[in-house]
Each structure stands twice: as structure tokens, then as C-alpha cells.
Design a protein around this ligand. Sequence first.
Ligand SMILES: Nc1ncnc2c1ncn2[C@@H]1O[C@H](COP(=O)(O)OP(=O)(O)OP(=O)(O)O)[C@@H](O)[C@H]1O
Ligand SMILES: [Mg+2]
Length: 367
Amino acid sequence: MLKIPFMKKGLLSIDVGFRNIKIVEVTLKNSNEIFIENFGIAATPRNCIKNGAIKDVETVTKEIEKVIHANNLASKNAKIVMSGTNIISRIFMVEKHPGENMDAIVKATVAQFMPINTEDHQIDYKILQEIKDKDFTRVKVFVTAVHKKIIQSYIDILLKLGLKPISVDIPANSTAKFFNREIKVNEAESVYRRQKYGKLNDSTFAVLDFGSETTIVNILKDGVLEFNKVILCGSSNLDDVIAQAVDKKPEEAERMKKMYGMTVPGLNASEEQEKMFAAMRDMIDNVIKQIYQCFDFYEKRCYGEKIGRIYVIGGGSLLKGLREYLEERLAIPVYPVGLLSIDGVNIKEGLDREKLNFLINSVGITL
Ligand SMILES: Nc1ncnc2c1ncn2[C@@H]1O[C@H](COP(=O)(O)OP(=O)(O)OP(=O)(O)O)[C@@H](O)[C@H]1O
Ligand SMILES: [Mg+2]
């Protein structure tokens, strides 16, 4: 009998962030394993994205084409993740009586409680939990809504590139897919953390995506996304407050941010460094406050459990000292993804693992 050799299936995955476009090429080994063959990152052309939609399809397409050529990315099947700025998500507890249709219940709930036109939006939902009552079932659903025009702008990009669109997804879904698997934390780190924090809740954790315009809070329980909120403040806002504090251009402020990070100024620090630190700390404290409110809301109002760990992703998570600062403020251990090994996700020898922080969403949707 003739045996057909195992065909490796290639897939291109594109994450269009406000600041950076990330493209990965993966091969799917079987239904549950991926191999990152290659990737490329380029700056998103300025003024091309507005309110989460691609305004200038032409320019963005050209930039993506450059990355594809420079990195010899050859696969034609493609998935794309949209920018997080204009996605609305909510968790609802609804009642489902026998014979009722879940789609209709969700549609009616959205129409009543979400400030959107249900005809113009693509509405998706996931059932998180079902609790049987006497005559009906209480259903906890996670609902997301995105304007159809926004989705179309991303499909247009794939078509213009001559690629075959497989899906358009939101960052929360790709993050959830990535972290839905068995995660192993570097042992040395983990022993230290366990001593410091005692017994941790292993089943509930948060993933914080520090992007350029947004900070996205995701909470997963037993591998399922149970909470998501997009905070409209990101790492580029730090550039702005630094620029203002030390009277420099935002580009120079960004350079200083990357160089000094959240390092507490020492005795010999310049006045400039002190001003910069104070400005950054104020802004980061404000974001942490909002993150804390999300955790609190999840634990108290969404029937959630205590969050046992935090994983940080996104370019902004590389800020020096941020991890330690978050940990101190929230009293929850914080891990960067570089320290993790994730079941079924393998990366080609020689590729820069540090860059993984940027690639979670593009890798996530391939799973
Ligand atoms: N080493 C570093 N230290 C501090 N900040 C960094 C570092 N490297 C990158 N950043 C910041 O990360 C941000 C870009 O991150 P990322 O690529 O995840 O954003 P994005 O996905 O384009 O944005 P969004 O998710 O908001 O659409 C920039 O603001 C950049 O200044
Ligand atoms: Mg992003």
C-alpha cells in the first residue's frame, strides 16, 4: 500500500497592534502541537489604525508584505488578530428555560444591556458555566461584540496580500488559546515563589497584555477565559508623561523608558531621572489600580476564585522593574512568558525567545 508522507501544514498568523505588527509562521504537527518556524516584527505605520479598525489598508498591506519577504514567510493560509481598542466584552448570568434558544437569549440580553446596535456588530459568546435550577438553567456567558466594519478591514488586508483568510480573532481569544495548555514554570523560580507566597491557587490566573495603547486584563480559570477588560492606557502613554516631565520628544522619552525602566533612582541620580520615575510611577499606579479593580470585580461579582498567578505579555511588559513592582503592589507572583514552557508550543532553535513576549497573540490564534 502506498503511504502518503505526512504533510506539514503551514500557517501564517498576523497580529496588527497599534504600534507593532507581528507575523509568525507555524507548522501544525498534529491537532494539538505547533512549531514556530519563523517570525517578523515591524512598526505599524503611523496613523493607519483608528478606533481598532484599519483605516489605511494600502499602507498596512505594504508593510506586511515587506515583513513577509524579509523573513521568507511562505504559507498562504492566514489568521489575523485585530487591535484591542474597540472590542466590547461582558459576562452575563442569564436564565434559560426549556425550549428556549441560547442565541436568541444572548441577542436579547445584548440588546438590553450593551450600548451597541446588534445589527452592525458581530456578536459571539461562550458558555462558561451552567447551573441547574428547578425549572430553568442559569447560564454564565462571556459575550464579545465587534463592529462588522472593523472585522471587514482586517479581512481586506488578508485578501490584498493574496492570502487565504482562515479567521479574524480578538486578542482575548488568542491569549486564552495560548494559556489554555499545561504551563510549566522554571523550577528554580517556582521554588522561590512558593516559599514567598505559600500555597497558590493554581487553577485561576491572570494574563496582562501590556500593549502600546492598551493594557488588557484576562482572567482564566481551568484554562477557560472568564473575564476580559481592555484598559485604554498603554506603554506609549508612559512615553507621553515622561516627555512632559523632562521636556523631551516622545521618541527620546521612549528610549529613556526602555533604558531606565522602573529602576528606583539612586542617591546619585539626576533630577531628570527622578522626575521621570515619579511620572511613570503615577501612571503605573493608576493602571495597577484599574487592574486591582478588575481582580476585585471578578472575585466578588463574577463568582470567581482568588487569582494565584499573573503572566505578563506584550512589549510593555519588558519594562525594567515592572514585574517586581506589580508583584509588590498586588502581592501575587508575576511571571514573564520567557520563563515558561508551554505544552505543545515549540520554537525553532536559534530564534530569539525574548521576543516571545510580543508574539503570544499571533501564536495563540494558530492553536
Ligand atoms: N524593553 C522595553 N522596555 C519598555 N517598553 C518596551 C520595551 N520594548 C518595547 N516596549 C514598549 O512596548 C510597546 C509595544 O508593545 P506591543 O508591540 O505589544 O504593542 P501593540 O501590540 O502594538 O499595541 P496594542 O496591543 O496596544 O495595539 C511600545 O510602547 C514600546 O515602547
Ligand atoms: Mg498588542
